[in-house]
Design a protein around this ligand. Structure first.
Ligand code: GDG
Length: 489
């Protein structure tokens, strides 16, 4: 007979996000292969029993011909993915424009330079129209694949209008929305063009999730101040309808990092790196090259440290992996040149004939190499000006169980809330403080390092990405079930 567990119905989750969990690579006119992304969400969902995920997202590349589009669709369908195709104009206005040039900086408390801002402001309307159209396209795609009993999990700032469109299409759909970046304080949020409309659309969801208590509070204040809606312990109340709002801090799949460090090839690589660094202390930075990551601030603080502590010259190196992103946006091109200029100047100033203090890489490294770097580093340096959570800090901790290195962490990351006791928290704008924390980290006594590491390690290995996804999905199914029973009454 059937066992209890096989009778259990699998929950089907439609995951909707801007990008797919894999990148299509064109092999020929109608052949495709895929580069899998190691994103936390993918592994989180894969790890949950009794859940089947289907992904709906922008294809991420322009496939102009319908033949190419249909072969790609078929190939992706086998991977549980549904691509949405956007033409170049839409990508420009929706993605590069509204998402990356307006929402991304504002939600991270960054203001655009005055002149650029005026130029962008001129076309805010058309960018928002494109944003709306794309959100509507996502909604249509979800409706096409939705079956009764599914839950829909929308992700991030690209899809803030989606909950409303989905509920308009089918009021019975269980809709959750999670924000991966900070939700800014209400004074900043007020400046977001079309802000009230965006708030109302998000509120159409059954469940809204944030990384931290602060982000959640900012959202609740915005609903109250801007829309006049009442805050309850559960969330936001609007004419008898409750939207549940809660905190779900994301984590990493820590086991995957630990297992990778056990691979013979990775162990070999670690030994090679140790030899290469020749006894010097290693400080590590791993960031997408984005203004929110505070890379210039980090490098300048390292310069101040070397300047104030000349005995450390040639005894410490800073390895900075700066993964290129959004390379078509002018602001990001300017940032790249700025970082290159600073790195060049500092290496010229403190370098010797045989060694330079900063190893700056303008590219990503593969996962195994990343783990090896995390493992050999003595200090990780995270100086984000704002960051929703910051997973790099968690990944460093997961790889440091033998070394027990020190984490220097910006107080403006979500992670600062969870790793408060185990990290040296800094204000990245305070170069003097960051420089002195670098010194403190480099000379920290072993027992103190171990104590701090144990705090971090206990947190990171228990608050995993799988737990995060499970908790969110459980809350979503509960909330949706309650909402349905209220409607039926
Ligand atoms: C957003 C929010 C929030 C980086 N370089 C390489 C590489 N990476 C991987 C890291 C890490 C991921 O990229 C970066 O994640 P973060 O969380 O640090 O930052 P964002 O990309 O800005 O992510 C952030 C996150 O969403 C989740 O909600 O925490 O606040 O901004 O996993 O390992 N991976 C490989 N090579 C690299 O060179 N293989």
């Amino acid at each position: 007979g059937e066992t209890e567990s096989s009778k259990k119905i699998k929950l089907r989750v439609l995951v909707v996000s801007n990008r797919l969990p894999l990148s299509p690579v064109r092999g020929g006119p109608d052949s495709w292969s895929f580069k899998k992304s190691a994103g936390g969400l993918v592994s989180a969902l894969r790890g949950i029993k009794d859940v089947e995920a289907m992904w709906i997202a922008w294809a991420g590349l322009n496939v102009p011909d319908s033949l190419g589009q249909s072969t790609l669709k078929d190939a992706l369908a086998e991977q549980g993915c549904v691509p949405i195709f956007l033409d170049e104009e839409l990508v420009k206005l929706y993605y590069a424009g509204f998402c990356n040039n307006i929402i991304w900086p504002l939600f991270h408390y960054l203001v655009l330079p005055q002149n650029d801002q005026l130029m962008v402001a001129h076309s805010f309307g058309s960018q928002f129209e494109a944003y709306k159209r794309v959100n509507q396209m996502f909604s249509d795609a979800v409706s096409k694949y939705y079956r009764e009993g599914d839950v829909v999990w929308c992700h991030d700032y690209h899809l803030m209008l989606l909950p409303k469109f989905l509920k308009e299409a089918n009021s019975k759909m269980a809709v959750g929305w999670f924000l991966h970046i900070p939700f800014p304080s209400v004074d900043i949020y007020r400046t977001v063009p079309f802000g009230p409309e965006i708030l109302r659309s998000i509120l159409a969801a059954d469940l809204i999730g944030f990384h931290t208590y602060d982000h959640m509070t900012h959202f609740l204040c915005a609903c109250n101040d801007i829309l006049g809606l009442e805050r309850t312990p559960e969330g936001v109340q609007d004419k008898g309808r409750l939207t549940r709002v809660a905190v779900f801090p994301i984590g990493i799949e820590s086991d995957r990092f630990k297992q990778t460090l056990e691979l013979p090839s990775v162990k070999e690589h670690i030994n090679k790196l140790i030899q290469r660094f020749g006894g010097r202390k290693v400080m590590l930075g791993v960031d997408r090259l984005d203004m929110i990551k505070g890379i210039p601030q980090k490098i300048l603080a390292f310069e101040t440290f070397l300047q104030d502590n000349p005995s450390w010259i040639d005894r410490v190196v800073l390895v900075q992996i700066a993964v290129p992103t959004r390379t078509d946006v002018p602001e990001y091109q300017k940032l790249t040149s700025k970082v290159h200029e600073i790195v060049g100047r500092i290496n010229g100033r403190f370098g010797t004939i045989t060694a330079v203090p900063i190893h700056h890489l303008d590219r990503s490294v593969d996962f195994n190499e990343l783990c090896a770097l995390y493992a050999v580093a003595d200090v990780a340096l995270v100086t984000s000006l704002r960051d929703g959570m910051n997973l790099v800090s968690y990944e460093f901790v997961a790889c440091q169980d033998s070394k027990k290195g020190v984490l220097i962490l910006s107080e403006f990351t979500g992670a600062a809330e969870s790793l408060e006791a185990g990290a040296l928290l800094v204000n990245p704008w305070n170069t003097t403080q960051v420089a002195s924390s670098i010194k403190k980290a480099l000379i920290m006594p072993t027992d103190e390092r171990e104590k701090m590491h144990m705090c971090n390690y206990a947190y990171v290995t228990t608050h995993t990405s799988q737990k995060w996804a499970e908790t969110f999905l459980r809350a979503l199914t509960d909330t949706a079930m309650k909402a349905q029973s209220i409607i039926r009454q």
